[in-house]
Design a protein around this ligand. Sequence first.
Ligand SMILES: Cc1cc2nc3c(=O)[nH]c(=O)nc-3n(C[C@H](O)[C@H](O)[C@H](O)COP(=O)(O)OP(=O)(O)OC[C@H]3O[C@@H](n4cnc5c(N)ncnc54)[C@H](O)[C@@H]3O)c2cc1C
Length: 598
Amino acid sequence: TIITNDTSILEDSSYEYIIIGGGTTALAVANRLSVNHTVLVVERGPDLVNNEVINDPFKFGMASPCFLEVDLTPQLGPNGTKIIQFTHGSCLGGGSSINSMVGSRPTYAGMSAVEALGNPGWGWNDFLPFMQKSETFHPPNPAQHAEGANYLAAVHGFKGPVGVSFAQPFLAPTFQNVAKNTTHTVFNGAMALSPDMGDGFSGGHYMSYYHHIHFNESLQVDRRSSSAWSYLYPQTQQRSGLTVLTGHLVNTLLMSNGTDGNITATGVLVEPTSGGTSLTFNASREVVLSAGALYSPTILQRSGIGNATFLQSLGIKPILDLPGVGANFQDQALLTNATFPLSPSANMTNITANGVTLLALVLMHPTAIDVLGPNGKCQCTAIMNSMVRNISAEHALSVGGVVTAEALTTQAALTANAYEADHPFIELYYTPSTTILEVWAQAILPLSRGTVRINTTDPSADPVIDAQYFSAEVDLEVMVAAARRISSIAATPPFSDLLTPTALEESGVPQVGATDEEVRQWVLSTYIPGIHAVASNSMMTRELGGVVSPQLLVYGTSNLRIADASIVPLSVFPHTTLGLYGVAEKAADMILQVAENT
Ligand SMILES: Cc1cc2nc3c(=O)[nH]c(=O)nc-3n(C[C@H](O)[C@H](O)[C@H](O)COP(=O)(O)OP(=O)(O)OC[C@H]3O[C@@H](n4cnc5c(N)ncnc54)[C@H](O)[C@@H]3O)c2cc1C
C-alpha cells in the first residue's frame, strides 16, 4: 500500500475506484476493493500512524491533530439558544481514530424500520453477516465472565479485521456489581442481564459491553481497533493496488452524462488541504463518497447535487435535483453532566482499577415501558400514539430538516413500531473515574431532523450544521424521562452508598421529586451532541427525500455510491461504528458483484 501526502510520487492519475475520505467506512471499503482492483483513497487529514494518543485506548478524548470541532448554528437552550460544538475525526481512520470505542449494534427492530423505508436487503438477518465479516470477537476470559461479561458466539465474527473485546484487564469489578444491582432496583427488576448486546434483540436489558479494542499479543497491551489499524496498517492488509493520499481534500466530483440517461462519475477534483494547485484523478469504474455525515453532503452540493433552488442561490449549477442532500440529518442528544463525587470511604482501587478506565462500563437499554412507566407499567401504546405516531403534518414540516411532511410521519410511524417492539428508548451508561462516578444518558431514536449545508463554494470552509435538537417536542420529553432515571440512580443504593452524602445536590442534577419544568431546564442547559450524526444523505425512497438507493447508488447516477454514516436513514445504531463496518462490508460486496459482471 502506498500512503503519502506527496502527489509527485504518484505514478497514476487513473484508478478503477476512487474513495473520498479515509475514515471509518472508507478504509474498510478500500481494503476489500483493492484486493483485485486499483483504488485511490483521498483523505483530507494526516496519517497519524504513530500517534500514541490515538493508538492507546486509554487516552481517548485527549487532543490530537485528528480531533476537530465545528460550531453548530445556535441550538435550543434554557433561555433561547446556546452554542455547542460538534466533534469529528479528520485523519486516517476518521472518527474511529478518536472515538470512545463503545461497541453496540443496531437491533432487529431498528433494521426492520430501515428496511421499511424502501430498502430491501437491509433487515437484521441480511445485515448481520456483514457486521460479522468485519469483526474478530474476543470472548471474555474466565475472570471477565465471572464479572458478568458474556457473549453469544452465533452473532459474532471471528476472522474479520476489527478487534472487538471487553477491556483487558476487565476493569472495576466492584463497580460492575454496583451498576447491575442499582439498575435492578431502579427499574424494579424489569431489566434483564443481556446474554449479548449485539444479538439484535431489543431493549429491556443491561450488560458490561465491549469496546473496539483488541489485545495486541506481541506488545501485550490493548490497542485501539480503529479502521486504520484494522483495515490499512497491518502487514496482512497490504495491497499493491491501494494508494492512500492524505492531506488532500476533494473539492468536487467530475461527472458526465451517461448513455443510459444517468449521470456518470468520472473522477474528482482534489486540492492540498493546506492550499495549492488543484489536480484531477479519474475513476474508470466507480466513485465512492465516504466523507461522513457532516462532509459528504457538502461535496455533493459543491458538485451540483442537492436542492436545485438552494444550489442556484449559491451560484452553483444544479446537475441533479435531490432535495434530500443535507436534509433529514439526525444526532442523538446526550446528557453527560451528571457527575457525582465519590465518598472518601469508597474502595477506589476496585472502582477505578487504579485510575485507568474507559468510558462507560455498564450499558442499559431500557424500553419505553421501562422509562415512561412508573414501576415498569404504562399505557405505552397510548403514549407512543400521542407522542410519536400521530405527529401532525404541520408539525412535521415545522420540525425543519425534512423534505416533505410524509417523510417525517413515515419515519415517526416506524419509530413508534420499533418502540412497541421494545426497541431501546434511551441508553444509560455508568462510568467510573478516580474521584467521581458518572451516569450518561442519550436519546436513541430522535424525531428531530436537521440540515447540513454549505454557504460558500470554498471546500475548506466548515459546513453550516443545524442539528435542530428538540425541534420535535417528544425528543425533549424522552430526555426528561432519562434525566429522571439519572436522579433515581444517584439516590439508590448500592450506587448512592459510594457517593458523598450531598453528591446529588452538588451535582446540579435535578432532585428525585423535581418538577417537569425543572428537569426540562436542566436538560436544555446541559445537553451536548451525542456525535452519532447520520442520515444527511439518507438511504430511502426518492419520494421521501432519499438520496441513495438500497444499492447505495445516488439516485440519477450509474456509478456514484455513498458509504458512510450519512446513508443511515434513522439513528438505529445506538453507537454508530460497529454498524458502519457492516455498511462498509455490504457496500464493498455490492460493488464487487457489479465488477464481476462487467
Ligand atoms: C469524539 C467522538 C466519540 C465517539 N464515540 C463513539 C463510540 O464510543 N462508539 C461508536 O460506535 N461511535 C462513536 N462515535 C461515532 C463514530 O466514530 C462515527 O459515527 C464514525 O466514525 C463515522 O464514520 P464515517 O465513515 O461516516 O465518517 P468518518 O470516520 O468521520 O470519516 C470521514 C473522513 O472523511 C474525511 N473528509 C471529510 N471531507 C473530506 C474531503 N472533502 N475530502 C477528503 N476527505 C474528507 C474526514 O477527514 C474523515 O477522515 C464517536 C465520534 C466522535 C467524534
